[in-house]
Structure formats: structure tokens, C-alpha cells
Design a protein around this ligand. Sequence first.
Ligand SMILES: Cc1cc2nc3c(=O)[nH]c(=O)nc-3n(C[C@H](O)[C@H](O)[C@H](O)COP(=O)(O)O)c2cc1C
Length: 205
Amino acid sequence: MIHANTPAKHPIESSHRTRPVVLLIMGSQRSGRVCPQIAQWIAQIGEACTDLAFEVVDLADWPLPVDDEPELPHRGSYRQPHTQAWSEKISAAAAVAFVSPQYNWGYPAPLKNAIDHLYGEWRGKPAAIITYGGHGGGKCAEQLRQVAAGLKMGMVATSPALTLSEDVIRHGAALDPETEFASSADSVKQAMAELVTQIASLSPA
Ligand SMILES: Cc1cc2nc3c(=O)[nH]c(=O)nc-3n(C[C@H](O)[C@H](O)[C@H](O)COP(=O)(O)O)c2cc1C
């Protein structure tokens, strides 16, 4: 698994250039968030059950000020170096997976902002949505799916919904994704398998 903006060190990471890369885009930037642990757990499953490379993308490492581009994103003529870099990052990926908490029945604002900075880069991009929350984050998934449809992303059918326990949400208990989400591991594997198929359908024979 690879972390954004860090040099590859692990043997898996060093072979990442030869494998299609799936970006796991984290929806949460909150301090004290559980998102990185969840994204890493998903990356481990993905590495184990596919030949894809997985890179966790922390939007905190991608400062994209709100509405700072003078042109509409669909033109693709970005003036800001950070938007150009974000565009290249998404364009170079074989697929993306949004790993997002549900916030007040929706998804976090920084994720919408990161999506809205681009337009054509998302079109046809194989993509999965993995949400979490007290009830799995289904409302968040619904909203993300609607946005992804508007952008004509190549969404996979399976949307794993990971249920956080009361202890984690209310009492800040340590999260062990392997135990907490044991019953959802198959659904994550299924989403990854669908991503492989989606990527293959776009690759030249
Ligand atoms: C602003 C905010 C809104 C939330 N709204 C919901 C919600 O609608 N449904 C839910 O199940 N949990 C909700 N939660 C609880 C989150 O599921 C829980 O805090 C989770 O750990 C958030 O992910 P993060 O720690 O990676 O940021 C909310 C948390 C925050 C911070």
C-alpha cells in the first residue's frame, strides 16, 4: 500500500509503477479521525485479493481552496498549480475508491470540494464507494452515488457499508477494523473484484 506524497519503501510499493493504481480517497480530514485505519484495512484487502496497487490519498495533503479557479472545471484549463497537480493525480489513477464517513446524512465538505475542482478527469473513471458510520453510512453513499452518476464515473455495483460501534462513535474506543468490520470483509472483496473488471473493460485487449 502506498501513502500519498511519500517515497515507496515497501517491496509492494516498489512494484506499484507496474500495476494499475487505485486511489483510496479519504473523506475525513478531522483530527482524531478513524478514516486512515479504515482506508489502510481496505488497502490490505485490496492488495491481498487483486493485482492492483493501492494508494491512500489524504485530502489534508491536497489543499484545494474553495472556488479558486476562474474558469469552469469542465474546460480543464486550470490556473492554480494545486488544481493542475490534483488533475494529474486523478488522471493517472486506474480507479478511485471514496472511503468516507457519513456526516449528518451526507458526505464531508472537503470531499465535495475535491471532486468539484475537476470534471472531465472523473468521467468513465472506475470507482467504488465505501462508507462508514453508526448505520454504515448509507445516506452518504446515496449522495456520493448521485454525484458520481452526474460525473459519469464507472461505478461498481457493490458499496460496502461499514458499521461503527457505539463504543467507537460515542466513547472514542480504539478501532480495530479487522474485528469491527469482519462481517463486511466479503463485501469489500466483492467491490474490489468489480473494480478489477471495470478497469479491465477499459484496458486495450
Ligand atoms: C460532523 C459529524 C457528523 C456526523 N454525522 C453522522 C451521521 O449522520 N450518521 C452517523 O452514523 N454518524 C455520524 N457521525 C459519527 C461518525 O460516524 C463518526 O464520528 C466517525 O468516526 C466519523 O469518521 P472520522 O472519524 O473518520 O471522521 C458524525 C460525525 C461528525 C464529526
